[in-house]
Ligand binder design. Sequence first.
Ligand SMILES: *Cc1c(COP(=O)(O)O)cnc(C)c1O
Length: 400
Amino acid sequence: MSEQPIGPASISARDPQWSAGNPPHQLPIYAASSFTFESIEQGMAIFDGETPGNIYSRFGNPTIDAVADKIARLEGRGLPGETYGLLTSSGMAAISLMGLGLLSPGDSVLTQADLYGGTVALFRDVFQPLGIKMIIHDLRDEDGLTRLLEEDSSIKMIYTETPSNPILRCVDLEKLAAFAKMYDCITVVDNTFATPLLQQPLALGIDFVLHSTTKYLNGHGTGTAGVLVSQHLELMKERLLPKLRLLGGTASPWEAWLLHNGMKTLALRMERHCQNAQMVAEMLVANDKVEVVHYLGLPDHPDHELAKSQMQGPGGMISFELTGGLEAGKDFLNRLKFCTLTPTLGDVDTLILHPATMSHRAIDPEVRRAHGISDGLIRISVGIEDVADILHDLEQAIGG
Ligand SMILES: *Cc1c(COP(=O)(O)O)cnc(C)c1O
């Protein structure tokens, strides 16, 4: 897949413990809050960063660091230079670290309306009171962005999510990165929906990539974690790592291990997610009780061509609307037997969510509608099961 294969070897180069011995095949879980020093001199050298070593698990831990490294290498594969990753206790902790670590009071962030709900609330309820403003604009409107950036020198960051939730609109990352550089803006991409296998924002010129690894990277719904990745090594090591240690949003070794274990099948899973989703989307299009289908693998999705040019596959997320709106949607959801009604995504199982009553419940219905989220819209995170089981369940729930 790349020049530097990212194999199952789990032990991080950051882990001095294994450099001399022969490591176990599976990543060990260091269930330890702290690490011992052989002498006061060694302790001082490790504290000062002169000797590599571990101190305290909030600061770093071999299990956590190995997984951070692995995701960093995936996001940075094929690129010259080192890519560095920080594993956090959740996707929200990665976004918090990014914001609190890179922005200062008086700064503004330019972003899109269709962001993950928690991200919008974080900006509104945490960053805004600290004097960090959020400016919402369509990030595909280059003229509009030019006008905003020319007028407002407080804009220091462009933050995007592509494909977006739940109608899967995409932003041209290469264009956005080049544009942001002209205005000295940092670019950040939430790459949760695509995963590093289907989209590699750093290769397109983006500065920072983050994930809720809770979703596809873990893939099994067994743990909550997040990651922030970049090739800006000084910012990562000198500014963000110390902030993470102070904020305390470090991942736990156990969650890191679950994530690592899940990632072993990431390539297989993503291939099957894409295949199954394509078949589900085509079934939905052909069903006369379905009004609209949003899927990047369908040629009539407005971002089909863009997705083909910057992604390695259309992914496993679909949204659709039944004729009959909210009532038809509710009946459909209550008739499901095989697929699961749950507010997450990216698992091996097919998961279904109703944005209007679940993920986007807190958003004003008019604002929701303006962004294509009607009350009857249903989101599917297509799993990796036998596609016949998924199709059968969806068809019986839609009814004939
Ligand atoms: C789930 C999600 C988050 C938040 O991640 P947590 O792990 O739940 O904290 C952020 N962005 C996107 C796109 C998500 O789907």
